[in-house]
Design a binder for this molecule. Structure first.
Ligand code: PLP
Ligand code: SF4
Length: 486
């Protein structure tokens, strides 16, 4: 996906403020209230900028009866008008697929209401609660997990007070996630009235705010807001960037202001088909966030939300993305891929498999690194290890011996997977449950010689031929025995 690595505004692309809003003044553009008031909420407004195919118009209008649209002029300016599949637009504009899948998925896939002691609070984990104080956002993301609340009236003050009371009388809550909707769409005074009530609770240690405003309405992050927020430390903000083209100078300035107010910033992305479901896009996003001093925190599997089926990716895609990040870019830039368990199980981290074998009897572990190389590591065993039992890279050099040659599989046999190599198994053997299906991409001939090593005689023992090959003072036989120990 070439376009993902291109900076937001280039001469050939029809995008940017100059393309969409040539007559708007700097003062208007920088005024978050102007931005908020001029959000596109009707299809007719969007059509003025981006024509909608006639055949799809009715479907898209129907979608908006179900889930409202909101696009700030600023966010629209990031859209490439020449790309119908633009990843920015796709996040906020209704498309035919949303209509087609309007009945697929659930209203409340995470059971947030089931785990709700009072309206607006979800208390799923022992020491922290989610508090939904608003159902208004600067932009409405078509894949939002809380689509269900986005067409309700404003959250009444009395309801917010009841949420605060619940936290006050629940001493085990030490961390609150103030979310919505988007809390930063409130005026500074109103938000302060809520934060000050929370801060008055002695056992509440951490206040976290979840907000997409730095992405969708960065003008909102003004000095007045930052000065107010800084009074309520320790306060953290989780932001929600999904695509490298959202990392604009305006967004960077907003994040910089928040950071200077002493607020640590972490990012939560959702893995979305057609938006960011490939390694180059996620690498550009995560390394770009680091430059803005925003740490990638979570990468979410898209929830089974009604009308968002077209955004969902297979779980293997998330694993592939993380595998393309870990080791390749700074460890600080690698988020944790999580699936929010349906019905309220909470976030479950899902990772590529790097621990290929764990032989607890022999305290031996086989690890795979980011380059798909294998390493043997020995846990403490409380006894002296024989000299042959070395930790280190697991490799069998491509030295041809007569046995190896004669037992080599046909040239068209499948390459062994990493797990098969760790097992020293023949390539054709089914791989174990820990396999991620990867094959040996390093071009070594491990599989060939392993296959030879693994031939089994009538007595069930491996058949090992004579070889002159010696490695680090121990014989081929010893290495074969070692490989078979597991
Ligand atoms: C995500 C979430 C939290 C916070 O989880 P962390 O892993 O601590 O970031 C808390 N409560 C609910 C209901 C959540 O969905
Ligand atoms: S900003 Fe957050 S809460 Fe609002 S629509 Fe987007 S994902 Fe949902």
């Amino acid at each position: 996906m070439e376009r993902t690595l291109v900076p937001p505004v280039v001469a050939t692309r029809r995008s940017g403020r100059a393309h969409y809003y040539p007559d708007v003044t700097d003062a208007q553009w920088a005024d978050w209230k102007w931005q908020f008031r001029h959000r596109l909420t009707k299809l007719e407004e969007l059509e003025k900028f981006l024509p909608i195919p006639a055949a799809e118009r009715a479907l898209r209008a129907d979608v908006l009866r179900d889930f409202r649209m909101g696009i700030t002029p600023y966010y629209l300016s990031l859209v490439d008008a020449d790309d119908p599949a633009d990843p920015i637009l796709r996040q906020v504009a209704p498309i035919a697929e949303e209509y087609l899948f309007r009945d697929v998925g659930e209203e409340d896939p995470l059971g947030e209401e089931r785990y709700s002691p009072v309206p607006g609070i979800t208390h799923r984990y022992p020491d922290r609660v989610l508090m939904v104080i608003s159902n208004s956002c600067a932009i409405y993301c078509r894949y939002c997990t809380r689509k269900r609340i986005m067409y309700e009236d404003a959250v009444p003050d009395v309801e917010i007070d009841r949420m605060v009371e619940y936290i006050a009388k629940t001493p085990r809550v030490r961390d609150v996630i103030v979310s919505g909707g988007d809390p930063l769409t409130y005026g500074t005074k109103k938000l302060e009235s809520i934060l000050s009530k929370l801060r008055a609770i002695p056992h509440l240690e951490i206040i976290r705010i979840g907000s997409r405003v730095p992405v969708s309405l960065p003008q909102r992050i003004d000095d007045e807001l930052c000065e107010m927020l800084a009074k309520y430390h320790p306060l953290w903000i989780n932001v929600h960037f999904n695509h490298p083209r959202e990392l604009t100078p305006d967004a960077a300035a907003a994040c910089d202001k928040l950071s200077r107010a002493g607020i640590p910033l972490n990012n939560q992305s959702v893995l979305l088909k057609g938006v960011n479901d490939d390694v180059p896009t996620m690498r550009a996003l995560c390394t770009g966030l680091m430059k803005m001093r925003v740490r990638p925190y979570y990468l979410y599997q898209c929830d089974q939300i009604r009308g968002a089926e077209h955004f969902r990716t297979p779980v293997s895609k998330g694993i592939e993305v993380i595998e393309g990040l870990r080791g390749h870019i700074s460890g600080l830039a690698v988020p944790t891929f999580v699936i929010d368990a349906p019905g309220g199980g909470g976030k479950v981290p899902v990772m590529p498999q790097y621990l290929l074998q764990h032989d607890t009897k022999n305290q031996r572990v086989v690890l795979r690194n980011f380059q798909d190389r294998l390493f043997v590591y020995h846990e403490p065993s409380g006894r002296a290890r024989p000299i042959g039992e070395r930790s280190g890279e697991l490799e069998v050099p491509a030295v041809a011996s007569p046995i190896v040659e004669s037992a080599a599989p046909a040239a068209n046999a499948p390459a062994p997977t990493a797990v098969e190599r760790a097992n020293g198994a023949a390539p054709a053997k089914a791989s174990s449950g820990t396999s991620n299906g990867k094959t040996n991409g390093n071009g070594k001939s491990n599989g060939r010689s392993r296959a030879a090593d693994q031939r089994v005689g009538a007595d069930g023992k491996p058949v090992v031929g004579k070889s002159r090959w010696v490695h680090r003072g121990h014989s081929r036989e010893e290495r074969v025995r070692k490989a078979n120990e597991t």
